[in-house]
Design a protein around this ligand. Structure first.
Ligand SMILES: Cc1cc2nc3c(=O)[nH]c(=O)nc-3n(C[C@H](O)[C@H](O)[C@H](O)COP(=O)(O)OP(=O)(O)OC[C@H]3O[C@@H](n4cnc5c(N)ncnc54)[C@H](O)[C@@H]3O)c2cc1C
Length: 347
């Protein structure tokens, strides 16, 4: 029998809007737990454009996706949110006592009084290698994430993909693994130019090999992966012996279980009102790219506004008899205390 973590507020999604939701709830003295399927916070900003400049965050003329995430994490530090990363929320059910039972793919459970769905375009999942039966080897000799790099030291590893993740791991393992082979479907990489240059230099020095082609099959012996079949552009297939296969085909978002939580959904987005950003189930709010309402614009600044109003609505939902005052962070001693800053004296 599990014992769920009790919470006033659980935020599903640690993208920019989920992170700012922590801040807005924190100002109203509501503590938060944040769950994300990815191993790090930042959502699309980190997964899709960490180094690209953003120009339309109010009062920040320019910052990259990574810088925005870093600053949001710094801004919410005073509220000590508890992060539960690398786990997808698979279950959300209202209980008889009005609270919400939340279950994750890591079998972690929460009982929350309010829930904030800040799930963006859905949970990012790795794109899979489409070969029959390969699933049974995932986590044994086939990997889409690397949790423990030590495990691959002195192994014959094959890395598949042409983006930054594939190249970063190729460079990391080049002098640590018994052998490193990079496979990509064409001789054109979408990775940092310096990483591509380093990879080519390692190939020229005979420290790794690059094969252009696709994995079209594999061989096993007694349940162990022994070889993969690689087919090149001329349709020639060769077998390559290996110990482990690491696949980095990128991540694709999936709405997944959110569609099954009984919320009103319109074309894969959760419908909300524009006063509270509440869903069709009172106590559950949806903010950021996941929601839809007349005039919705999928911008970070829209999500920030939604997070502020959803926080006020949740504070009233949690304490219906309490009057919630709007206070300024500039002048409110109460907010200064919450933020851990010294109250300035105003003349
Ligand atoms: C290339 C590109 C450039 C962009 N440039 C700009 C720009 O210049 N200005 C701008 O305002 N916007 C820009 N955007 C849009 C902006 O990134 C999004 O509006 C913003 O990321 C939405 O934030 P979010 O927190 O709602 O969702 P997301 O950033 O999508 O984060 C959602 C998080 O929820 C997690 N999640 C989803 N479902 C689950 C689940 N079931 N369990 C656990 N976790 C879950 C996901 O893993 C993800 O981390 C850009 C987008 C792209 C793709």
């Amino acid at each position: 029998m599990y014992s769920p973590t009790e919470a006033d507020a659980v935020i599903i999604g640690a993208g920019p809007v989920g992170l700012f939701q922590v801040f807005e709830l924190g100002l109203l003295d509501i503590k938060t737990h944040v769950i994300d399927s990815l191993p790090e916070a930042g959502g699309q900003c980190i997964e899709l454009y960490p180094d690209k400049p953003i120009y339309d965050i109010p009062a920040i003329p320019v910052c990259t996706g990574r810088e925005l995430t870093h600053n949001l994490l710094k801004q919410i530090e005073p509220f000590s949110p508890q992060f539960h990363l690398g786990q997808e929320v698979t279950q959300l059910e209202k209980q008889a006592d009005g609270r919400f039972l939340i279950g994750t793919s890591q079998n972690h459970h929460f009982l929350a009084k309010t829930v904030f769905i800040a799930a963006g375009v859905g949970a990012f999942q790795p794109r899979l290698l489409n070969l029959e039966g390969i699933d049974s080897l995932v986590g044994k000799q086939v990997f889409y994430h690397i949790k423990d790099p030590e495990r691959f030291i002195s192994k014959r590893i094959v890395i598949c993909g042409g983006g930054d993740s594939a190249l970063d791991w190729v460079l990391y393992f080049a002098d640590k693994a018994a052998s490193v082979t990079l496979i990509h479907r064409r001789d054109d990489f979408k990775a940092a130019p310096q990483s591509i240059a380093k990879m080519r230099a390692l190939c020229a020095a005979g420290k790794m090999q690059l094969l252009i082609g696709q994995i079209t099959g594999y061989e096993t012996q007694e349940g162990q992966l022994t070889d993969i079949a690689i087919t090149d552009i001329d349709s020639n297939t060769t077998l390559l012996p290996l110990d482990d296969l690491l696949i980095f085909f990128g991540l694709s978002p999936k709405l997944g279980p959110i569609a099954e939580w009984g919320l009103d959904i319109d074309r894969k987005q959760i419908t909300v009102d524009t006063e509270k950003f509440q869903t069709s189930i009172p106590g559950i709010y949806a903010v950021g790219d996941i929601n839809v309402y007349p005039g919705k614009k999928k911008l970070i600044l829209s999500g920030f506004h939604e997070a502020a109003l959803a926080a006020f609505a949740a504070a009233a939902y949690l304490n219906p008899e309490k009057q919630i005052q709007l206070q300024y962070t500039t002048t409110s001693p109460k907010l200064h205390k919450a933020l851990g800053v010294k109250s300035p004296t105003f003349e």
